[in-house]
Design a protein around this ligand. Sequence first.
Ligand code: 3EB
Length: 354
Amino acid sequence: MTSKASKLHAAGDAPGRDAAPFRLVYVPDIDETAPRQGEAYVLGEVRFGSSRTPARRPDPDYPLVCVPIAQLWASPIKEYWLSPTPVDRRRQAGIQISANDHVLFGHTQFTLPATGAELEREIRQRYDAILELLGAQGYDHLMRMWNYLPRISDDIDGMECYRRFCRARYDAFETFHEELIPNLPATSVLGTSGVDFQIVFLAGRSSPRHYENPRQVSAYHYPRKYGPKSPLFARATLVRWNREDSLFISGTASIVGHESQHLGNARAQAEEILRNIESLVNHVAASANLATRGLREITHLRVYLRDAKDLETVRRVVQGYLGTTIPAIYLHAGICRRELLVEMEAFLGVEKLT
Ligand code: 3EB
């Protein structure tokens, strides 16, 4: 046992409930050394732009996710989920996992099958495997999920890929959980230019709290016109540690109620999204008595654009609301509804006032 670990135990704290047991950092893509400095261990690394795993990898168990979604901004960034304590890495049931005592980072992928029925069967199987693995390992609580879909808006055998995804996910969650809604985590679903379906997730041993947005109909209550089975996700997930709160904001679009707003207008969509996120953060802050001052507290932002030409317009809106120094990754991605041009997701690491 390291001296640091003994100190934690000696202090009588629940280990790791002090500061968060993970930290998200954005690192310039050219920097190969940053996360290996100091005392951090890598739970997971996410790179955007190519599905190709680098040929030279230090360790085959290294949890590297390569997402074929291009970055639009001049200085590409990669994302690290870091652990203050050593991580246990393993591959199990087709899922690559990486965990410390409190949180588990996981990744699984498969090549898009030829038919719609096979696609749904495969998604269902992967979700079943994830839920089963988390239960068996004691990381029972999903905190955040990302789903990367090839051909997200294409019809596959007469039904949109995203709608098939929603149906398969619904069936998996419904079978696994007696009560659905309290178990749905913050989530994003984006379209890629690749051929692999990828699922990335973070789960924890302790129970998070999930929130809905007062400006939006809960996705699990969307009317039938959006697909045969509802999308199952929460608008936000809050995980509380002793000195810090972690707030995950789901992929958020220009949707008020359940209707898409500002068709064809990327600037107005971006503004609507930031109003949505602001309302959500304020709602969580009021419900959970958080020490956050709202939008300006966002520490990490991902901005997804359907059309690369909207970059400057949307970037100006983002900087107007969040300031010019906001750490943001701009990505060229497919978005669930065909009429939506922009989507954003956020992470807030909020230090508690003492
Ligand atoms: C929306 O609000 C936009 O199906 O898991 C955003 C985040 C969206 C997550 C999901 C869908 C999902 O309906 C789309």
